[in-house]
Design a protein around this ligand. Structure first.
Ligand SMILES: CC(C)(COP(=O)(O)OP(=O)(O)OC[C@H]1O[C@@H](n2cnc3c(N)ncnc32)[C@H](O)[C@@H]1OP(=O)(O)O)[C@@H](O)C(=O)NCCC(=O)NCCS
Length: 161
């Protein structure tokens, strides 16, 4: 089941997100960003944080849906574009379609709010995420690439709705 995160799940989702990001081979440590990944409550106050839950209520993963470019979490100024950020699935739950379900839920939300596009950014070592985005129809957008921090290039992807 995919639904908005509950306040009592925020710390669990934050820890899961940090663990998923830092476990990736090639991960470059960035303490400030890891603190931001852990802070689910702050992002849930300004955007839609969704969780994937299994039958017994365990949090399997989560994602942040940012409806438009005016949102403080948007990393773009593209008119009519929503954003997906902080997608993560717990290691033990990966490879079962949880990540795909979370991204599909965001695509549905983007359509519901009338967006024409979804844009997102990902690092070069997030290879499983790239396959997932491309499987769902996202295209690589080198024109949206940027490097906010040395050694952490961000690769752009977009989906036209
Ligand atoms: C990216 C990420 C969220 C994907 O989550 P996930 O739940 O494993 O994603 P899915 O299960 O939908 O897809 C992963 C793989 O499992 C496969 N899969 C999905 N359901 C399956 C099933 N029932 N049986 C077998 N394989 C399955 C998919 O085909 C896919 O294969 P591929 O990687 O070879 O293309 C996860 O790897 C993660 O947390 N990574 C670290 C954080 C990160 O990179 N975030 C992206 C930020 S931009």
């Amino acid at each position: 089941m995919i639904r908005p995160v509950r306040p009592e799940e925020a710390d669990e989702l934050g820890a899961l997100t940090v663990a998923a990001y830092t476990a990736l081979p090639g991960h470059v440590e960035e303490p400030d960003y890891e603190a931001e990944l852990a802070d689910v409550a702050t992002r849930a106050a300004v955007a839609d944080v969704l969780v994937a839950i299994d039958g017994d209520g365990t949090v399997l993963g989560g994602v942040t849906f940012v409806p438009d470019g005016d949102n403080p979490l948007a990393e773009h100024e593209i008119a009519g574009a929503s954003t997906i950020r902080m997608l993560a699935v717990a290691g033990h739950a990966q490879g079962q379609g949880v990540g795909e379900a979370l991204v599909r839920a965001c695509i549905e939300r983007a359509r519901d709010v009338g967006s024409q596009h979804i844009v997102l950014h990902s690092t070069p070592w997030m290879q499983a995420a790239h396959r997932l985005y491309e499987r769902l129809g996202f295209a690589r957008r080198p024109d949206l690439d940027w490097t906010p921090v040395p050694d952490i290039p961000l690769l752009g992807f977009s989906l036209d709705l």
